[in-house]
Design a protein around this ligand. Sequence first.
Ligand code: TMP
Length: 213
Amino acid sequence: MAFFITFEGIEGCGKSTQVELLSRMLEEMGRPVLVTREPGGCPIADKIRAILLDADNRALAPLAELLLYAAARAQHVTEVIRPALDAGKIVVCDRFTDATLAYQGYGRSLDAVLIRTLNGLAADGISPDMTVLLDCPAEVGLKRALARIENTEGAREERFEQESLRFHRAVRQGYLSLAADDPGRFLVVDGTLDIRETASIISTAVLSRLSQG
Ligand code: TMP
């Protein structure tokens, strides 16, 4: 049965680890799973990702940034997400349309109606069945994200980590209000808990939703 799960949260909230743990568990259960991420998830969208996250691109205008996220998403949905859902897979995606509302809307103060319109176009009507929000204070997330960047070789994807604490606090509040508006879809989990404990809360909730069809 096709099912679309997205993971959201601020930088350093631990979502990539949880995406991996959940998808491994589903695979071990013999479920057909496709793991992907935004921005990116396919070669053309990965090229757009490189532009978006390049720390040298500080001059990127907020509207240009929004349109690039939409372009990357349109390509990713067409090439990866829709075909996987049509094939009956469980798609686990690290960030999706809520990230645009949280970062470009609450973070950059771009118009929410415009963002929702672009999200609808780019996602071609696809919306998540379930969204896991890993919530943690901006100070905690940024500390973890900066430590990870220091330990990473190759291209440094740090444009957003360089944003102010105020920006990340606004993004966090944005996510929490999106979750409050749609409690049936969101599962909000404390991102400061132990990794295994968090994984167990998420897998229990996902299996329960999957069994409800
Ligand atoms: P990642 O670090 O989780 O891979 O995400 C890359 C960055 O892109 C992260 O700082 C959040 C940001 N982002 C947006 O600002 N808007 C979006 O629509 C998406 C998908 C990501």
